[in-house]
Design a protein. Structure first.
Length: 165
């Protein structure tokens, strides 16, 4: 297999570890997004959650293919995590917030993987995944804003403002 600068080298242990972690996180994220999507009462929210399923599925397939190409064992998927329940155990707001936290954690993990990576082909994938995750997060944040569910984060305390100066 050829790379930009000649023959592509084998993967380093750190690169394998990062890909494995990202793949596993996406497997868990896909199960959560599937569960949230099937119990969501709101069609817009359900559509958003299932968009997360599509995003994680794409990532899992691409990263699994890297393992197969490198003759490395593939992390197993457990789609049987999700039951057939259609009763939401949590509020729509909590499920959406959880999905946004997972997406943000995914961006952080991809950033870490990018910083430890020494292969151009993986760098390109990570940057693409970061971009896709951020677009997905923005859609979720917009839903929070539209429903007035997004709360003001804590700000710096200005002591003069407390006494009206």
């Amino acid at each position: 297999m050829m790379d930009f600068f000649g023959e592509k080298r084998g993967m380093l242990l750190g690169e394998i570890t990062q890909i494995f972690g990202i793949t596993f996180s996406n497997i868990v994220g896909r199960a959560i997004a599937t569960g949230f999507g099937q119990v969501s009462i709101d069609k817009k929210m359900a559509k958003y959650f299932f968009e997360g399923v599509e995003l994680t599925t794409k990532t899992i397939k691409e990263l699994t293919q890297i393992f197969l190409n490198e003759d490395i064992p593939v992390p197993s998927s457990s789609d049987y995590f999700v039951t057939d329940s259609t009763v939401a155990p949590f509020s729509e707001k909590l499920m959406l917030t959880h999905m946004l936290v997972l997406s943000s954690a995914g961006v952080a993990s991809l950033g870490m993987a990018l910083s430890e990576n020494l292969r151009v082909d993986l760098e390109t994938k990570y940057l693409t995944y970061i971009s896709e995750n951020m677009k997905f997060s923005k859609k979720g944040a917009n839903i929070l804003i539209d429903r007035e569910w997004l709360e003001q984060p804590p700000t710096v305390l200005k002591h003069k403002d407390l006494v009206g100066l």
